[in-house]
Ligand binder design. Structure first.
Ligand SMILES: Cc1cc2nc3c(=O)[nH]c(=O)nc-3n(C[C@H](O)[C@H](O)[C@H](O)COP(=O)(O)O)c2cc1C
Length: 201
């Protein structure tokens, strides 16, 4: 089949997010100007540059108690920082709970019983037990076509790696089984890897 998004897909559910898979999950922690912490998962998330290291995530849609966006972007607008926490399979239920439509100011760390630690290079909390966390300073928020679509870019200013995930100097994903998002209600988990040398390597 072929369809143009503007004409509709004719399927029971929109397949778009099932096509671009698997998507890593950025579990984004932020702090509002009033000092309250926020935590939410975003799978429109990726690394976008190496030197200096940079990441992005995209927020789509808004909350009734926010002015045209969600809590994460609103907090980053206020403070200019955020932290990306990497989600392991064992954290899937806690991560999912933090995606609920909680009221502005409700602290998802408390709500989901997630231990927090203070970041080192930014004034923000991170998920204490995460396999990795990237402390980020906002570089730009880009408004995308459509209502309430924003891509938030940040430069990584601090990197946390959980000690048990390092094997002989390699950050070993098979030690923690990263969780990834697919379409519909589906997820996948990395339990297998192989290496491939690039031409000339
Ligand atoms: C695995 C997963 C991935 C998600 N990815 C996104 C995303 O990329 N963009 C988005 O706007 N919402 C995404 N959501 C929904 C948000 O997590 C949800 O709207 C949340 O309440 C936003 O929280 P906030 O208002 O505290 O930022 C995702 C939810 C889950 C469970």
């Amino acid at each position: 089949m072929f369809y143009k998004p503007e004409d509709g897909h004719g399927l029971p559910h929109n397949p778009f997010k099932a096509i671009v898979i698997p998507r890593p999950i950025g579990w984004i922690s932020t702090r509002a100007a009033d000092g309250s912490d926020n935590l939410a998962p975003y799978s429109f998330f990726n690394a976008v540059a190496n030197d200096p290291p940079q990441v992005m995530f995209a927020s789509t849609g808004d909350k009734p108690d926010r002015d045209g966006t969600k809590d994460s972007v609103a907090n980053i607008r206020e403070t200019g920082v955020f932290c990306v926490n990497i989600v392991e399979y064992a954290m899937k239920d806690a991560m999912n709970r933090t995606s609920g439509p909680l009221e502005r100011g409700v602290d998802e760390f408390d709500d989901a019983g997630i231990a927090r630690a203070e970041c080192q290079t930014i004034a923000c909390s991170r998920v204490a037990g995460a396999p990795a966390a990237l402390e980020c300073k906002l570089t730009q928020i880009v408004q995308l076509p459509g209502e309430a679509n924003f891509a938030t870019f940040g430069e990584v200013t601090g990197v946390h790696l959980r000690d048990d995930c390092l094997t002989d100097g390699i950050f070993d994903v098979l030690r923690f089984n990263p969780l990834s998002r697919m379409g519909y209600r589906d997820y996948t988990v990395v339990r297998e890897k192989f290496s491939l040398a690039r031409p000339g390597e």
